[in-house]
Design a protein around this ligand. Structure first.
Ligand code: DC
Length: 231
């Protein structure tokens, strides 16, 4: 099979570097990268901005009605050389990564009608192939027949340290414990929710990057692709 006819799915735990690796692979093979987590984060931010979620209490009916008015787009920023997330025309790329959004996103992503809507949008991006999508249910639900599926994991200490360093570098005022607790809470909710829980697809290849550098994991996946598909 030719590489240009494939979809690549990256699933796995929070903060294990899925998006970094997925973007590297997409750049290298000239694929489109789609961050499905950003879509759940954008809906969460919308709910927060409109007081539809307070603590973990969600105004389900209002959110259901509002969902059709939520427009999520990805636009490539030529200057920063990266894709940015837009919510109803506003660039929310930075805001959706804040810990306040991370804290609430698992509650929003448990809701059946939110998942239905976002999975539908994600599937509509698929037919042309040549996409790399990362998330929790890409290989199991969104694209169960994706030609290559990678399931990523790493210890929660390693993941929390990476995320903590990223947030501190951005200027956020967070503690390591807070970040680790958030990651473990999201893992628990993601793995135990009723609809599309985080789990490895039977045909996914596991990549534990606890002790791998970015270059090593990139070389590993590049090698897999080169072995399996022709250019
Ligand atoms: O990849 P991320 O950490 O930015 O994702 C944010 C949250 O969205 C994550 O805690 C779980 C949820 N999510 C999901 O349920 N399904 C996806 N395909 C992607 C993300």
């Amino acid at each position: 099979m030719r590489i240009k006819d494939i979809i690549i799915a990256f699933d796995g735990y929070s903060s294990c570097g899925k998006s970094t690796l997925a973007k590297q692979i997409a750049n290298f093979f000239d694929f489109i990268y789609i961050d499905s987590g950003a879509m759940y984060r954008a809906v969460t931010l919308f709910a927060m901005q409109n007081n539809l979620i307070v603590n973990s209490d969600i105004d389900i009916e209002k959110l259901r009605n509002a969902l059709n008015n939520i427009q999520i787009k990805f636009i490539y920023n030529q200057n920063l050389k990266k894709q940015e997330t837009f919510l109803n025309g506003q660039n929310v790329e930075n805001e959706i990564r804040n810990i306040s959004v991370s804290d609430k996103v698992s509650y929003i992503s448990e809701i059946d009608f939110v998942r239905e809507k976002l999975v539908d949008l994600q599937q509509k991006m698929g037919p042309k192939k040549r996409i790399v999508m990362d998330g929790r249910d890409i290989g199991t639900v969104v694209f169960p027949s994706a030609e290559l599926k990678i399931f990523m994991t790493a210890s929660s200490d390693v993941r929390a340290k990476r995320r903590y360093d990223e947030l501190i570098a951005k200027g956020d005022n967070v503690s390591f414990e807070e970040v680790k607790e958030n990651i473990e809470k999201r893992d628990y909710i993601d793995e135990n929710r009723e609809i599309s829980p985080l789990k490895k697809a039977d045909d996914a290849i596991v990549l534990d990057n606890s002790i791998l550098t970015r270059e090593e994991q990139f070389d590993f996946v590049k090698g897999l692709i080169a072995n399996k598909f022709s250019l």
